[in-house]
Design a protein around this ligand. Structure first.
Ligand SMILES: [Zn+2]
Length: 381
């Protein structure tokens, strides 16, 4: 079965997070047939799959990672074809998950089949880490599988995620890192009162407003070679006692930082707290940390990937760290070299999501070439 047929089969299974609808069962069967040992790992309400092809004399581990879950179709009347029935039209394959990222998952499996048929004893182990909650809260997915691997003493050396990383042509851009994300939830307490008697009240909105203006205008850093300057955005502000003549007792503000390797979460948190204390505010503050920035700027993985793309596509990929977070952050945190290389992200999460059929074939060639490149470059320890 080629990559298009496998992608279609996956699209036809309506696996909206956290429902898997048999996607991982199908992948497990394919990989078992190839000689992989397959573990179906269910954590909470999320299905995950770990599959490993064992090499004889090495613990070196290459991993393809991705997710089988998809976001909901949304308003189905906006779709020209049924979202969960893969449809080929004018060189494109339509369906929810076509580019994010069932096409990528199918390409990994088919590339592996081709590679192992050609080279049955590569000098490294091959793993598949497939989760069902990448589009959800990401609690019972990749993180839990990584814990499970750690308990078994397994460490990932190189990991390629098949997330849609490209702009117009396949692999014209690959992600070699992602910014970190840090959310602050702040409440400033004041003293409720009548607007006509402000001296008898303490307006928490007035107290925090100058700081919010200051933080929004601040250059938190200048970025560096790999990351743009840190972004600070206020995402919610809530205050008011329900009447125009009342100074409210408190104001709640939520803000988010997207930051690179020029800053740390601790550095950001320290600055916020110092400012709050300097303004002598009565506050409560809590943080939600969704991942540190990661960067794979050198190493065997990047070298192998760049060479594979040049060989197959005839151009070198742009190395990027833009975009939202991905499960790459969790895998990179274990010390693995990580990058993301997949099809175009032009239609992801939209109505009429699609992928170019030619791009899927190209992606198979790229992944195949990466495996070949690694088996030449990697010295068996
Ligand atoms: Zn995705």
């Amino acid at each position: 079965m080629n990559v298009i047929e496998l992608t279609k089969e996956l699209i036809n299974k309506a696996s909206v997070t956290p429902v898997d609808a048999g996607c991982q069962q199908l992948l497990g069967e394919r990989l078992t047939a190839l000689g992989f040992q397959v573990a179906h790992l269910r954590f909470g309400d999320v299905d995950n799959l770990w599959a490993q092809w064992y090499s004889d004399n090495t613990t070196a581990l290459w991993v393809f990672a991705g997710h089988t879950d998809v976001v909901p179709a949304g308003d189905e009347s906006r779709w020209h074809t049924p979202p969960f029935q893969a449809t080929e039209k004018e060189g494109l394959l339509y369906g929810r998950g076509a580019s994010d990222m069932k096409g990528g998952v199918a390409a990994m499996v088919v590339a592996c089949e081709q590679f192992l048929a050609q080279q049955p004893k590569p000098p490294f182990n091959i793993g598949f880490l497939i989760t069902g909650d990448e589009e959800g809260v990401a609690i019972n997915g990749t993180v839990k599988v990584l814990d499970w691997l750690k308990e078994r003493g397994q460490k990932i050396d190189w990991c390629v995620l098949g997330e849609p990383s490209s702009q117009t042509a396949v692999a014209d851009e690959i992600k070699v890192g992602r910014r970190g994300s840090l959310t602050g939830r702040l409440t400033i307490n004041g003293q409720q009162g009548h607007v006509a008697y402000p001296h008898l009240a303490d307006n928490p909105i007035h107290r925090i407003a100058p700081l919010l203006a200051q933080w929004s205008a601040l250059a938190w850093d200048n970025g560096n070679e790999f990351f743009p300057p840190t972004g600070f955005q206020i995402t919610a502000v809530q205050a008011g006692a329900g009447a125009d003549n009342v100074i409210p007792a408190s104001i709640a503000v939520t803000f988010n930082f997207r930051y690179g390797t020029a800053l740390t979460a601790e550095g950001i948190q320290q600055k916020i707290v110092e400012d709050l204390q300097q303004h002598q505010l009565d506050y409560q503050l809590s943080w939600h940390y969704s991942g540190a920035p990661f960067l794979t700027q050198t190493g065997l993985l990047l070298a192998v990937a760049q060479q594979a793309i040049v060989d197959v596509c005839g151009y070198a990929p742009k190395l990027s760290t833009s975009g939202g977070t991905s499960d790459g952050r969790f895998i990179a945190a274990t010390g693995a070299q990580v990058l993301e290389c997949g099809v175009s992200n032009a239609t992801i999460h939209k109505s009429n999501e699609s992928v170019a059929i030619a791009d899927l074939y190209q992606l198979v060639r790229i992944y195949h070439k990466m495996l070949q490149g690694l088996s030449i470059a990697h010295d068996v320890p």
